[in-house]
Write a protein that binds this ligand. Structure first.
Ligand SMILES: *[C@@H]1O[C@H](CO)[C@@H](O)[C@H](O)[C@H]1NC(C)=O
Ligand SMILES: *[C@@H]1O[C@H](CO)[C@@H](O)[C@H](O)[C@H]1NC(C)=O
Ligand SMILES: *[C@@H]1O[C@H](CO)[C@@H](O)[C@H](O)[C@H]1NC(C)=O
Ligand SMILES: *[C@@H]1O[C@H](CO)[C@@H](O)[C@H](O)[C@H]1NC(C)=O
Ligand SMILES: *[C@@H]1O[C@H](CO)[C@@H](O)[C@H](O)[C@H]1NC(C)=O
Ligand SMILES: *[C@@H]1O[C@H](CO)[C@@H](O)[C@H](O)[C@H]1NC(C)=O
Ligand SMILES: *[C@@H]1O[C@H](CO)[C@@H](O)[C@H](O)[C@H]1NC(C)=O
Length: 501
């Protein structure tokens, strides 16, 4: 099994739920456990290839170590003189199904492009080091990923027998890999001619409290009674945590993997956080058909969970909240809900490639601690998933302290976020030839471009698609796509046409 994440690596969708039952949603399609799939009938998937001379440390002039980076190519859409389309992997294994489908495949057909998918270091089969101890993970960063991409493009153009030496290069990505696409264009404009950045978070911040506010608002926009019922459930559950008879009920109806230890206050955090993630997952991926990626059917919708939350025949709000939990567990094939902080931490503390955490959980945490933060907290009164202290910002920084740094956490994560924004420019990045695309339902749009890009120049656009979720524009076009989505894809293709002229 591989994991693909909300950090869409190329896909990747971002979330993930592990067998241990802890859940982390990330930007992109990272996250979910994914079984390899054979691909659409009649469309053989390209074989994996490895670029053998990727530098381990791009920023140390005395380091000459190399490693093998995985990539996939497809030239069926290529026409002489056409561009190279490069999809960037995100925080999960690269999925070769992208070489034969997706909206970018349609753009590739239109523009005669040569398609390449490059896996991100430390995910999938792209393993630069022997293990994922914190010491090894110092080579995991977005800056290294960009430098990998630049080196790969240069060597691809030089060595691949195909006549692409002079081709323009357009990069694509969704979620975190969409951020990489934008940064690739702003940092290497002489190597990359344009970027399509789907649902790309570009503003790093430890305290991403707006995430659950956005989830709440999206639920309210579908049904105002929905977040109110959720708030009632979470307030009631907070009271129940202190009552032995009620704990037994929660134990059963929420399908908890272990007995509640009511003295373990961090277990309360994990419990509330995992339940909130159910809704986040539904909202973030609402209506997306992800089966082509090999993800378990993503058939739970905002309407369905809100119908359950308002269905009095199911009992009180806590029982309805539990019913939603079961719906989501069933839809992702997970048996139980983790409530143990120590279990979460023990899993994330594993450092060998064969471990559960190496599917991506530990690497994603490493990047949150060292670059991006994005702690999705319960700290706003405007969200429904628990009061201020149920899952605060230090839930994330404590994980950094416990399993990454093995030292005090505190505000260090915010220092790293500030550094990231200084390096890339945050929402003020200087950039041209870029399209930022976001779905109005997607909570990640809050830290992506909202149209205000004060230092952008030349050709650029930020598109907000009404009624769609995370990375919807990347999905294979369907007859049922809303007009805003159809229109967005047309605009993207038109921009690409300008950039490759
Ligand atoms: C695609 O690649 C194959 C195998 O490498 C090659 O034989 C073929 O000529 C290429 N097709 C095009 C359209 O460039
Ligand atoms: C991790 O790998 C490095 C070299 O790649 C090695 O020096 C170190 O001992 C390894 N650590 C563990 C805990 O396996
Ligand atoms: C939840 O709703 C019920 C029924 O409307 C109400 O009696 C109860 O006081 C509410 N509980 C909280 C904690 O808001
Ligand atoms: C989703 O699909 C699964 C399997 O196909 C089915 O068991 C489940 O009832 C569906 N859930 C919803 C909410 O439609
Ligand atoms: C994580 O693993 C290290 C090394 O194996 C160990 O020393 C440490 O106690 C572990 N930390 C936690 C929180 O489990
Ligand atoms: C966060 O910090 C508060 C106050 O220091 C502490 O009580 C709480 O246990 C911490 N919570 C988490 C999830 O780390
Ligand atoms: C976009 O984000 C910037 C920076 O956070 C903010 O100042 C601005 O008001 C936002 N614009 C819109 C239209 O939301």
């Amino acid at each position: 099994m591989t994991v693909r994440d909300s950090e869409f690596a190329a896909v990747a969708l971002l979330f993930f739920a592990s067998a241990q039952g802890f859940v982390v949603s990330e930007p992109g399609f990272g996250g979910w456990d994914v079984e390899p799939i054979p691909g659409p009938p009649g469309l053989p998937l390209p074989v994996e290839q490895f670029y053998e001379f990727q530098s381990l440390d791009h920023f140390d002039g005395s380091n000459f170590q190399y490693w093998k980076q995985r990539y996939f190519m497809n030239n069926v859409t290529y026409r002489a003189g056409g561009p190279v389309f490069l999809m960037l992997g995100g925080q999960s294994a690269a999925n070769p199904v992208w070489l034969v489908t997706g909206a970018w495949y349609e753009y590739a057909r239109e523009h005669g492009a040569f398609m390449v998918l490059l896996e991100h270091r430390f995910f999938g089969e792209s393993t630069p080091t022997d293990n994922i101890t914190s010491s090894s993970l110092r080579f995991l960063s977005s800056r290294h990923a960009l430098a990998d991409t630049a080196q790969f493009i240069a060597d691809l153009k030089r060595w691949y027998q195909h006549p692409i030496q002079d081709s323009k290069v357009i990069v694509f990505g969704g979620g975190y890999s969409g951020s990489l696409a934008a940064w690739m264009r702003s940092h290497y404009p002489y190597i990359v001619d344009g970027a399509v950045a789907s649902s790309a978070p570009i503003f790093a911040t430890l305290d991403f409290t707006e995430y659950y506010v956005a989830v709440t608002n999206t639920l309210a926009s579908v049904n105002p009674a929905c977040p109110i019922a959720i708030k009632n459930a979470t307030s009631t559950m907070y009271e129940w945590w202190g009552q032995p008879d009620k704990r037994i009920i929660m134990q059963k109806i929420f399908r908890l993997c272990d007995k509640i230890n009511h003295d373990a206050i961090l277990d309360l955090t994990v419990f509330f956080y995992n339940l909130a993630e159910n809704f986040a997952r539904v909202v973030q991926f609402n209506g997306l058909d992800l089966q082509f990626l090999g993800l378990k059917n993503n058939n739970v919708t905002i309407e369905q969970v809100c119908d359950v939350m308002r269905d009095e025949s199911r009992g009180d709000s806590v029982h309805r909240y539990a019913a939603v939990n079961s719906m989501v567990l069933d839809s992702i094939g997970q048996e139980c809900t983790n409530v143990q902080y120590t279990k979460l931490i023990t899993s994330l503390n594993q450092t060998n490639w064969g471990s559960e955490s190496a599917k991506g959980g530990r690497q994603r945490l490493y990047q949150r601690c060292g670059e991006f933060g994005w702690a999705r907290t319960s700290e706003s009164m405007k969200q429904s998933f628990g009061n201020f202290w149920t899952f605060p910002w230090n839930f994330t920084s404590d994980q950094c302290a416990n399993v990454i740094w093995h030292t005090w956490g505190g505000s260090q994560v915010q220092d790293k976020c500030d550094e990231t924004n200084r390096f890339y420019g945050g929402l003020e990045l200087p950039i041209s030839n870029v399209v930022f695309v976001n779905g109005a339902l997607d909570p990640w749009r809050v830290v992506s471009s909202n149209g205000t890009l004060p230092n952008a120049y030349g050709d650029h656009e930020s598109i907000l698609i009404e009624g769609t979720a995370h990375c919807a524009d990347m999905m294979p076009p369907k007859m049922t796509d809303p007009p805003g989505l159809v229109d967005a894809r047309k605009k993207i293709s038109d921009h690409i046409g300008l950039w490759i002229k």
